[in-house]
Design a protein around this ligand. Structure first.
Ligand SMILES: [Zn+2]
Ligand SMILES: [Zn+2]
Length: 306
């Protein structure tokens, strides 16, 4: 199971209950973890969890609006103070290198670790240990990306007891059977690996969206086991706004998720107005009207496993 911890779930500005955007993903059996977006004070949020900046290996930035990126310099500086020497990779839109380079230069921030900054292109694909990330260009007031993570399928369990009962000698023959191949034993019997290996486990496919007003842009990669996407407003509130911003409503997200075959939908990047007077349920109720699967509204330090 991969573990996801929401470190900041507010849109635009922090509230007393929610910090601005950041999300941690720790893959199964890994001490290392990845951060998606890094709003101001993300390092404080990290300190309130069992995660440590020391083991942070990669950061992905959806877009360069302040509520998604102003925490980066502080986090880098603190990681440097911890004498962390393992390399850190940061992936984000064009302009990220210049933005960080400028601050680091003028504040003489010299890091003890190797900082690798990658500016990503729309519709590119990145391969990591046991997963792939596809970059989806979104619709927002500045360049904004979403990430589709696809974990590799896991091979089924090899039935050692059954193999031993069949008097198959351990060693290279076991290895062949584990791959599902057929072998011929010295006594002439043929054994097929498919009889000894259980069904493989499908790797999870997860969407982590940046700010966006068109969630259907993810549809080429559907269906999804989990979709984490902004739902800044309810439709009613959005319709009343005098000045419209390029964000998604709970209704719009739920309808898109229903179309794309999402198993579990999590509404994120919540407008501060819903923190008052128990209004958060308005978002959840609206999403539930248009989406049949499991749906939740994210909150800070919400921890899920998938
Ligand atoms: Zn935002
Ligand atoms: Zn934005």
């Amino acid at each position: 199971m991969h573990t996801i911890t929401f470190l900041g779930t507010s849109a635009g500005v922090p509230t007393r209950f929610r910090n601005v955007s950041a999300l941690a993903l720790q893959p199964e059996n890994s001490k290392k973890w990845m951060l998606f977006d890094c709003g101001e004070a993300t390092q404080h949020q990290i300190m309130k969890t069992s995660l440590s900046a020391y083991n942070l290996e990669r950061i992905f930035i959806t877009h360069l609006h302040g509520d998604h990126v102003y925490g980066l310099c502080g986090l880098l500086a603190s990681k440097g103070m911890q004498r962390s020497e393992s390399a850190l990779e940061i992936y984000g839109p064009e302009g990220l290198r210049e933005m960080l380079g400028c601050v680091m230069h003028h504040s003489q921030l010299n890091l003890p670790f190797d900082l690798k900054i990658f500016e990503i292109d729309a519709n590119s694909s990145m391969r990591f240990e046991d997963f792939r990330i596809d970059v989806v260009e979104l619709s927002h007031s500045i360049t904004s990306y979403g990430f589709v993570l696809t974990f590799d399928d896991k091979p089924g369990r090899f039935d050692v007891e059954k193999a031993k009962k069949l008097h198959i000698p351990e060693g290279p023959l076991f290895a062949k059977l584990k791959k599902g191949e057929s072998i011929t034993l010295p006594d002439g019997r043929t054994v097929s690996g498919t009889d000894l290996v259980g069904p493989s486990k499908k790797g999870a496919r997860i969407v982590i969206g940046g700010d966006n007003d068109n969630p259907l842009l993810f549809s080429p990669y559907a269906p999804f086991d989990l979709m984490i996407h902004e739902a800044t407003y309810t439709q009613k509130d959005f319709d009343r706004l005098e000045r419209k911003f390029k964000h998604t409503t709970a209704k719009q997200l739920a309808q898109a998720a229903q179309k794309m075959g999402v198993s579990w939908l999590i509404l994120n990047h919540i407008s501060p107005r819903y923190d008052k007077n128990g209004r958060i349920s308005e978002l959840l109720d609206e999403a539930k009207r248009y989406f049949d699967g499991r749906v939740d509204v994210a909150y800070d330090f919400m921890k899920i496993e998938i």
